[in-house]
Design a protein around this ligand. Structure first.
Ligand code: ATP
Ligand code: MG
Length: 264
């Protein structure tokens, strides 16, 4: 039986009296793509940060390829954990050093995780994989477009050969044509590398396009889970139905949706 890339079991995280994440469990198969959807404040980012290790859980376990992620302390343990799960954020500006060229970014990452080897070929391979040319390789972040910066963030994440890529609203800031390019690129990469995606978005169109399975979160809890096509075609939970109805379209009535949300 193939290992699961990622398993979350009974995750909990409270901030004061707010249960940001409340008994969240899910499974991401190797090479699979799992979406997390839900309105603002439903606990998506907190869940992602726990998975990556940027936030601690009050309870629960995160397993990557069957192994508990809390095991292994110190620098070596931290590096090993970083290799397993990589995260791409909405705005790569915040995680890219303005003084460092694209090529340097990749070299630094490779040097940290795979010291003592020659990285020339791998750098070219990574640039190629995310569709960046040699001109972009010498550029600084501010000389690049939003789509190109997101490609750099992707290349850096892929450099460490992770089992899981967590994408938190990673295409939300891009205009729709660039968004489509990045989504297609992500689909290609998943096919070639078998990296599992944990894909967080508020955009149900994006979920439909890039995920196999989906969980729907509300107030920290998972209210619905299943195959993306089935959940979107025939949502069982009233909250999922409401999320679907909240997508603007002809005849759409925001006031009625707001009233239904209050009643839920
Ligand atoms: N560091 C923190 N301190 C206090 N409260 C927090 C913290 N991080 C998150 N929260 C709270 O936890 C809840 C879940 O937040 P989270 O950011 O996970 O939601 P989200 O689903 O990612 O929302 P969005 O779609 O707006 O990004 C919210 O009520 C938020 O205010
Ligand atoms: Mg968020």
């Amino acid at each position: 039986m193939p290992d699961n890339a990622l398993e979350a079991v009974g995750l909990h995280r409270a901030f004061g009296s707010v249960a940001a994440v409340d008994d969240v469990s899910f499974v991401l198969p190797e090479g699979g793509s799992l979406g997390i959807v839900g309105e603002s404040g439903s606990g998506k980012t907190t869940t992602a940060r726990i998975v990556v290790g940027l936030e601690r859980a009050d309870a629960g376990e995160v397993r990557v390829r069957g192994r508990d992620r809390t095991a292994g302390r110190g620098r070596a343990g931290r590096l090993a954990r970083a290799r397993e799960v990589q995260m791409v954020f909405q705005d790569p500006y915040l995680s890219l050093d303005p003084r460092t060229s694209v090529e340097q970014v990749l070299r630094e990452t490779l040097r940290l995780h795979f010291p003592g080897t020659d990285h020339d070929r791998r750098v070219r391979e990574l640039l190629d994989q995310v569709g960046l040319g040699t001109r972009a390789a010498d550029a600084r972040p501010r000389q690049l477009s939003g789509g190109q910066r997101q490609r750099v963030a992707l290349a850096r994440a892929l450099a460490v050969e992770p089992a899981v890529l967590v994408l938190d609203e990673a295409v939300a800031a891009l205009d729709v044509s660039v968004q489509a390019q990045i989504l297609n690129l992500l689909a290609d990469i998943r096919e070639r590398t078998r990296i599992g995606y944990l894909f967080i978005t508020h955009d149900l169109g994006v979920v439909r396009h890039v995920t196999d399975d989906v969980i729907v979160m509300r107030r920290g809890r998972v209210v619905e889970a299943g195959r993306t096509s089935e959940v979107l075609a025939a949502p069982e939970h009233p909250y999922t139905r409401l999320l679907l109805e909240s997508v603007p379209r002809p005849g759409w009535d925001p006031a009625a949706i707001a009233a239904a949300r209050r009643a839920l």
